[in-house]
Ligand binder design. Structure first.
Ligand code: GCB
Length: 601
């Protein structure tokens, strides 16, 4: 992009006081980057004293000196120093006791050296900041972002200095009624720079984004598009898949976009054979390499077809939660969760209730685990508020943009347990339209609810089912709804001829607490609950997948029961310190049986 093009929006932003993220750069691991991870200085600012007003010039060496004074006695004169440091990536709650329950603003600051070269462009990239981020480089506001679980980047070419640079981020995790999610959730509102931060260095014209997948319904046509960004946006682009021996030269239009199709016969990606191909894209001075798998995903009546054959999804729900506390922030922690899912013999995971870090999806691609990916449209958000919708749509767009080339992702989930209202239906319908426009190849779902039509019959007929490809349904028979034995006599009905996934079921157990099968919170109660649930699940004729709640205990402020919960939701099959509970074996046994039956067929 030419400098003038960059300055005009900047001037508008400074005048109007608003700045937005630039279009997302994908596949950051395939780029030239400088990590800004590590120790950052911080200041906790619960009263918003350091709130930056665009009319006042900040001083990067004493950030708060230039805070707008509220009156002449209220001049705040403290600054960053090395006595307070937070590790990035990481939430602040699990790094210091003082911030365990904190919700509000924390200012982060880091110094770094770099040597920008002429003819190159620089972006600062954040894997995620929960919930709102305002970013300043060398005293200039460079952008802001809302939404705690998706990546964003800002171009900083005009602000970057040769030598020392200072980056400051205002991270604010206050909950708000109009937010996505809203004020009420059942997970910890971990704050801060929870995912990696880096500078991305690209040529003047570079390959910003691309979509490369098998075309819907086809096993031998790879299709998609490439998006360039920069002055020479009509430069030819080469797409090359060496192992398939296919090459295509593309000529982008004035907006830098080029669509394409190519004939190829890739071996299909599947959990049994998660085959990934190297894909190389070259344009002028830019080359990006990715590892992409090719597979088909469709539905036929109640069936889910993977590469044309019916598949049963042996799944588990996962929160982005690490053992002993805190949000997952490294590849090793992500791998540990997926390794447990594998031990359970899962071929599927539901990444609840928001987009997880990119490591999870990349590892799922490598390990052959199918993925349900979700946005935090959770419970009772403000369906009628246009700003809330815009925010949800933006988070959906950022999730799809980042992960649309991952073969493991088969389902985009648009919501979890939302009430039956007309405004909610319109809201989620609009999200579905948006998702299909961005990605015509994947299936859409949501976790919905069901109701009793008599004491023994569960009915699935949420009108949202009309809009979606796969029906997700949460049920807690045996925990919030009667005793485990209630499952034995329940019959299920559904008005749609679509696949059903039971997207949650389960009950709480404190690992190591033992008793009889009717004593709540014991491992035996949970084990018995799973046994009865399986009896019921096996009888549901249109069931095509299950993701019990949940792989590991997770932190939640809604769970204060002393001596049992202590701020943890105990429905995990694995405890907060990594010990398997008895119910783990029950589910694994069923999944082993399902797998061997599948192999025989
Ligand atoms: C649900 C929610 C999930 C909760 C779970 C529970 O229905 O979807 O976010 O954590 O129940 O444990 O109550």
């Amino acid at each position: 992009m030419c400098r003038l093009k960059l300055w005009i929006p900047m001037i508008i932003c400074i005048v109007t006081g608003s700045v937005f993220a630039d279009p997302l750069i994908i596949n950051v691991d395939g780029r030239q980057t400088l990590s800004l991870n590590g120790k950052w200085q911080y200041i906790v600012d619960p009263y918003e004293l350091g709130y930056y007003d665009y009319r006042y010039k900040p001083d990067p060496n004493g950030w708060f000196k230039n805070a707008k004074p509220r009156n002449k006695w209220d001049r705040v004169e403290y600054s960053f120093d090395d006595s307070r440091l937070l590790h990035v990536p990481g939430d602040w709650n699990s790094q210091t006791d003082k911030l365990y329950y904190y919700e509000g603003t924390v200012w982060y600051k880091k110094d770094f050296d770099c040597h920008p070269e002429p003819g190159r462009r620089a972006f600062v990239y954040f894997g995620a900041v929960n919930y709102e981020a305002k970013v300043f480089l060398n005293g200039q506001p460079v952008g802001e972002h809302t939404g705690g679980f998706t990546p964003f980047n800002f171009e900083i070419t005009p602000y970057l200095r040769d030598g020392n640079n200072v980056i400051v981020v205002k991270a604010d995790n206050k909950r708000s009624r109009e937010g996505v999610p809203t004020v009420n959730t059942d997970w910890w509102n971990f704050g801060g720079l929870t995912r990696r931060v880096m500078l991305i260095d690209v040529p003047e014209t570079y390959i910003r984004d691309y979509f490369i997948q098998l075309e819907k319904g086809s096993a031998d046509r790879i299709g998609g598009w490439i998006q360039l960004d920069g002055r020479d946006s009509q430069e030819p682009v080469l797409v090359y898949i060496p192992e398939l021996n296919v090459t295509k030269v593309l000529h982008p239009d004035k907006t830098g976009r080029a669509g394409f199709h190519m004939q190829a016969s890739p071996e299909p990606w599947s959990p049994d054979d998660p085959r990934l191909y190297t894909v190389r894209i070259v344009c002028g001075k830019d080359t990006v390499e990715d590892r992409i798998g090719f597979r088909r995903i469709e539905t036929r009546d109640h069936d889910i077809l993977l590469n044309g054959s019916p598949v049963f999804l042996r799944g588990i729900c996962i929160h982005e939660q690490k053992p002993l506390g805190g949000r997952v922030s490294t590849e090793e922690q992500a791998r540990a969760l997926l390794t447990w899912a594998r031990e359970l013999n899962c071929n599927f995971i539901r990444l609840a209730h928001y987009p997880h870090n990119e490591y999870m999806i990349r590892l799922a691609d490598e390990m052959g685990i199918l993925v349900w990916a979700e946005i935090p449209v959770y419970w009772t958000i403000l369906w009628d508020n246009p700003e809330t919708y815009k925010n949800a749509e933006n988070q959906l767009g950022e999730m799809i943009t980042r992960d649309k080339n991952r073969a493991s992702v088969i389902l985009w989930s648009l919501a979890n347990e939302t009430p039956l209202e007309q405004s909610r239906l319109m809201f989620i319908k609009n999200l579905a339209d948006r998702a299909r426009a961005l990605d015509p190849t994947r299936l859409l779902t949501a976790a919905m609810e069901r109701h009793y039509i008599d004491s023994k019959t569960q009915m699935i007929d949420d009108p949202l089912g009309e809009v979606l490809d796969v029906f997700g349904c949460n049920e807690y028979i045996g925990w919030y709804d009667g005793l485990p034995s209630k499952c034995d006599s329940i019959e299920w009905r559904m008005t749609y001829k679509k696949p059903l996934i039971i997207s949650e079921l389960g009950g709480g157990a404190l690992q190591g607490l033992h008793g009889d099968t009717l004593t709540r919170w014991t491992e035996e109660y949970q084990e018995n609950l799973y046994q009865h649930q399986l009896v019921m699940l096996k009888k549901i004729p249109f069931l095509r997948g299950v993701t019990p709640w949940i792989l590991m205990d997770f932190q939640s402020p809604r769970r204060p029961l002393t001596g049992i919960q202590d701020d943890w939701n105990r429905k995990g099959l694995i405890s907060d310190n990594g010990q398997k509970k008895r119910a783990f074996r029950i589910l694994k046994h069923w999944y082993d049986q399902l797998e061997s039956r599948n192999k025989k067929e």
